[in-house]
Design a protein around this ligand. Structure first.
Ligand SMILES: Cc1cc2nc3c(=O)[nH]c(=O)nc-3n(C[C@H](O)[C@H](O)[C@H](O)COP(=O)(O)OP(=O)(O)OC[C@H]3O[C@@H](n4cnc5c(N)ncnc54)[C@H](O)[C@@H]3O)c2cc1C
Length: 496
């Protein structure tokens, strides 16, 4: 049975996702009494963390460095796997490249430098790791070739991460209170000393030696989306928890926290067009994503391509392509493949329950089924097929096999759309999380005010802390950011 919510704890953590639970572990191991306050009921808990694929980006020294972390370190595939080392400097360079230099340098450096060590620390808490064979590899003969510097993930994905975190937290004596919505912060002078909460419709307060905010971004609030991201964003599909509605973020700003990062952009992806609009589906979770577009083409209702499907490995483009789909008429598009490329699609996303799929023996028939102009699609495909560069196709490397239709180039992995049957997957814009948040000191994760001074007693981590991302994002960075700054926030909160 859950413990009663006491009047005071050394550390109160707001939110119940990965950042919160890392903060709670770190505070607890520093000797603090800790309460995690999560707005949702237990069967809806885990925030966006629950919906993830559980993929973690970390700096590492290659397979030998990752092997000790793995649940199944005797997996025979390990002996025929290629995982290049990923130094911290390469992680930093990826962040700078995909955000066009708009990332906070100090936060990025801390995230990259801490990343390997924090993953080992999580393993010590009971978090279980595996390699992401189904998502992040292509076969090259007998070998498994990992692409895009994203090899490590959680056993059972986001669901597993929340279950493992929760079990470990309870075993460590951390109290997790569900159905407790934080509505405000209370201060004694400058210092935050209390949170106001609503439990079963009753308002009360909980005192705290320090408070860690880990209540996510504002992606689930349509009005905040429209205000900060722009017109049309109120129609984006929410991929994850419906509960990240930004009220804790607003409370922190109202108490003097400085805004930080890019409030006008977000992480958004190509997402099944028929998915529920206002929050993720707890059984299907991330399988509603459609991420094999690099081996196909993506067209709008006119049958025209509008993005470079092969600009880079999927991990470096997917988080900005939801936005491109939202900008198309009706906010929809269709991914097109043929019988040759269909076997290359991720089975976890294209061969599972809940996939909106059309199959036809000719392109005009396919176009009719998915609501695309048949003549436009045929014209696009003819032009595309006729322009494919004469180099070999290899999805595991940037092969330079380019093509174009109209003025839209595909830089790599062009394959003719020629062998029936043809496949169409309608997609819309699924918003993942928002990039704008509050400013933290990268070392202590203390919340800073407009003058750059710490707000005593207040720390933050995860999506609620802005500064890392802008416009785009390297896959697997959200979870590691929450872990790195969550651990720092929890330690700082416990030790002052
Ligand atoms: C479908 C999907 C797939 C993803 N896949 C990956 C992946 O594989 N790898 C990766 O790195 N990232 C992934 N992400 C991004 C990742 O989910 C986030 O970056 C990360 O989980 C953020 O953790 P967090 O703890 O900050 O927020 P969350 O996990 O969202 O937790 C925030 C919590 O705060 C609670 N809360 C909100 N308001 C209040 C309040 N007023 N009072 C109390 N509690 C409150 C919410 O209910 C929620 O539980 C994915 C996201 C989605 C949606």
């Amino acid at each position: 049975m859950a413990a009663d919510l006491a009047d005071r704890y050394d550390v109160v953590v707001v939110g119940g996702g990965n950042a919160a639970l890392c903060a709670a572990h770190a505070a607890r191991e520093s000797g603090a009494s800790v309460a995690v306050l999560e707005k949702t009921a237990r069967d809806e808990a885990g925030g966006n963390t629950y919906f993830t694929a559980g993929a973690f980006r970390l700096a590492h020294g290659g397979l030998d460095d990752l092997r000790p972390l793995l649940d199944d370190s005797d997996d025979p595939r390990l002996d025929v796997s290629d995982i290049p080392a990923y130094p911290a400097d390469a992680f930093v360079a990826d962040m700078e490249r995909v955000t066009a230099g708009a990332n906070d340098d100090a936060m990025t450096r801390v995230m990259a430098d801490d990343s390997r060590e924090v993953v080992g620390w999580m393993a010590g808490k009971g978090i279980r790791w595996e390699l992401l064979y189904p998502r992040q590899t292509y076969r090259d003969g007998e070998r498994w070739v990992f692409f895009g510097n994203l090899a490590l993930g959680i056993v059972d994905g986001g669901k597993g991460l929340v279950a493992q975190h929760t079990e470990a937290a309870l075993a460590a004596g951390i109290e997790i209170h569900y159905g407790v919505a934080v509505t405000d912060l209370l201060r004694d002078g400058d210092a935050v000393t209390e949170v106001e909460v609503v439990v079963d419709g009753v308002v009360r307060t909980v005192r705290a030696g320090a408070v860690v905010l880990a209540a996510g971004g504002f992606e689930s609030d349509p009005e905040m989306r429209r205000k900060h991201l722009g017109d049309g964003w109120e129609r984006a599909i929410v991929r994850g928890t419906p509960s990240n509605t930004g009220e804790v973020l607003r409370a922190a700003l109202a108490h003097g926290a400085a805004a930080h990062g890019d409030w006008s952009s977000c992480h958004s992806v190509q997402w099944d067009a028929e998915a529920p609009p206002n929050g993720g589906e707890r059984e299907l979770t991330n399988s509603l994503t459609r991420q094999s577009y690099p081996v196909g083409i993506v067209v709008n209702g006119a049958g025209e391509r509008f993005l470079d499907e092969g600009a880079d490995f999927r991990n470096y483009t997917y988080a900005k392509y939801g936005r491109e789909v939202l900008a198309q008429p009706g906010g929809r598009a269709v991914q097109i493949f043929d019988a040759t490329t269909r076997p290359l699609l991720r089975t976890l996303e294209y061969d599972v329950e809940g996939v909106t799929e059309a199959v036809a023996d000719s392109l005009p028939e396919l176009a009719e089924q998915v609501g695309v102009d048949p003549e436009g699609l045929v014209r696009t495909v003819e032009e595309f097929n006729a322009s494919i560069a004469e180099v070999g196709f290899n999805p595991a490397v940037k092969d330079g096999r380019s093509a174009r239709s109209g003025s839209v180039v595909k830089s790599h992995w062009a394959s003719p759309i020629a062998a029936p049957p043809f496949y169409g997957y309608p997609v819309a814009c699924g918003i993942t999380f928002t990039f704008g948040g509050i400013r933290i000191d990268p070392h202590s994760a203390a919340v800073l005010d407009e003058a750059g001074a710490r707000i005593p007693g207040l720390f933050a981590a995860g999506e609620i802390a802005g500064g890392l991302f802008s416009g785009n994002y390297p896959g697997g960075s959200g979870l590691i950011a929450g872990s790195v700054f969550g651990r720092r926030a929890g330690r700082s909160a416990a030790t002052g």
